[in-house]
Design a protein around this ligand. Structure first.
Ligand SMILES: [Zn+2]
Length: 138
């Protein structure tokens, strides 16, 4: 059981059906036949991370490739300059990051966050992971 927030019972199969077996990060199809630790295997991503107070409920999860989920880690896209300013305020309180945070504009932060979370970038990263996985399996 998760300690914070609510949770409900759901299965990866059910979320996969709901999401049309498309990855919520790279937008490519997810095949059910792959099994962990294959980076192409199906996995459940928490849109608002549990650490950030997200719930383990259907409305907060989506189907992703395991590799895309791993690539995302706990990084959440910045959508507005207000969100960027909030994140920057956090960075400014960390002495080693203060100068870096002060050099960024909110617009830059939103732009680089959007680039980080682009489907094309996730597709490229997943292709790399699959390549490495196949190489190591041999
Ligand atoms: Zn993916």
């Amino acid at each position: 059981m998760r300690s914070n927030g609510s949770s409900e019972r759901y299965t990866a199969e059910e979320i996969g059906e709901r999401d049309g077996w498309l990855c919520g990060l790279c937008q490519d199809p997810v095949a059910r036949t792959y099994r962990h630790p294959d980076p192409r295997s199906p996995s459940i991503d928490h849109i608002r991370t549990i650490v950030a107070g997200g719930t383990d409920t259907r409305d907060n999860v989506r189907l992703t490739h395991w590799g895309c989920n791993h690539e995302r880690n706990d990084n959440t896209p910045l959508r507005t300059t207000e969100e960027a300013e909030e994140r920057r305020a956090v960075l400014l309180r960390i002495p080693t990051l203060r100068a870096y945070a002060a050099s960024l504009t909110a617009e830059d932060m939103v732009r680089s966050s959007q680039a980080f979370h682009s489907p094309e970038r996730y597709q490229a990263k997943l292709a790399h992971r699959v390549e490495r996985y196949k190489r190591e399996k041999r």
